[in-house]
Design a protein around this ligand. Sequence first.
Ligand SMILES: C[S@@+](CC[C@H](N)C(=O)[O-])C[C@H]1O[C@@H](n2cnc3c(N)ncnc32)[C@H](O)[C@@H]1O
Length: 327
Amino acid sequence: MKKPDFHAFYQNLWSDRWASLESALKRDASWVAVIICPDGTDSAEGARQLSQVQAASIACWKLRSDLTDEIYVLPHNSIKAEDLANLTVYFLDPASVVVALCLVFAASPPLDDGGPRRYLIDLCAAPGGKSILLRSYLNSVWRMVFNERSDSRRGRLKRNLENFFKADQFSVTGHDSRQWCLHEKGVADAILLDAPCSSEKHVLENSKEFQKWSVSRSSRIQTDQWSMLASSLQVVKPGGLVMYSTCSVHEGENDQLVERALTSKKLKCEVVGGIEELLNQVRVDSKAVSYLKHPTELIEKTKFGYQILPDRTGVGPIYFSLIRRTT
Ligand SMILES: C[S@@+](CC[C@H](N)C(=O)[O-])C[C@H]1O[C@@H](n2cnc3c(N)ncnc32)[C@H](O)[C@@H]1O
């Protein structure tokens, strides 16, 4: 059954593009990215399974790092988690990889200059795909706190992180990210705010969620997102970075929210440019050249950030904007 409000609402936002975007949102992603913990490849069976991943991949995104060097990009469902029991793997949407990598590249260096440790907070972290990437690719100069308010989701986040890292490499907290600035101000060097959102893909795939959707629900979500973003911009130090992202295709949860931050009298911030140059650090090893996509080919510019949408790329949706607190 169709819910007229939803379709009319998004048709109005997206005009001619809505029909193709809607059908792409209903499809499974065509790619999945997999992160593999190198420690998991010790056994002969692990090595065999890793070669299976390498053979199935359409591309491999190579990054500079001491810990792990590669992220494999696979066709969706080409390989199953249960066939990889001897590896520590995490499957996620390549669009999420792009967002986490942008923050990694923007935040590094610093090299270990003997100064105080840098502090990163992942404010809405569960189930933890982006957290795993951040912890893997930012060096030990960074102290990392992964926060998740929901008890059950925080348990899952913890288990996922423990699969990859030693307990002294991260901490997990359960605070309300909307109120973080009441407890800490001007302390963090970087924040990932991967905010809860309307998640229209989920709404279209799940009839219960579809019934719950309403314009006023999205407005309530925007109120929470704004509290989180305004809080984040006070929790980072002047010069610190906030990566704001959602998987919504509603501009009220994306560009309009960032615009509100940029024009706020209280918050002093600017959008960080040069995202393409940051992503150019990724090298792509293509297994099937015709199917190659470099991260810079996935992103589409919006007024204050970028989006990766499934109608044009087969992955996403995701919106992100990298914001710097100026004073
Ligand atoms: C989009 S998901 C995060 C996905 C995650 N970053 C990843 O890459 O796997 C948003 C998360 O925020 C959590 N959340 C919602 N409201 C929150 C709040 N006020 N404080 C902290 N976390 C919250 C949700 O439970 C959900 O797990």
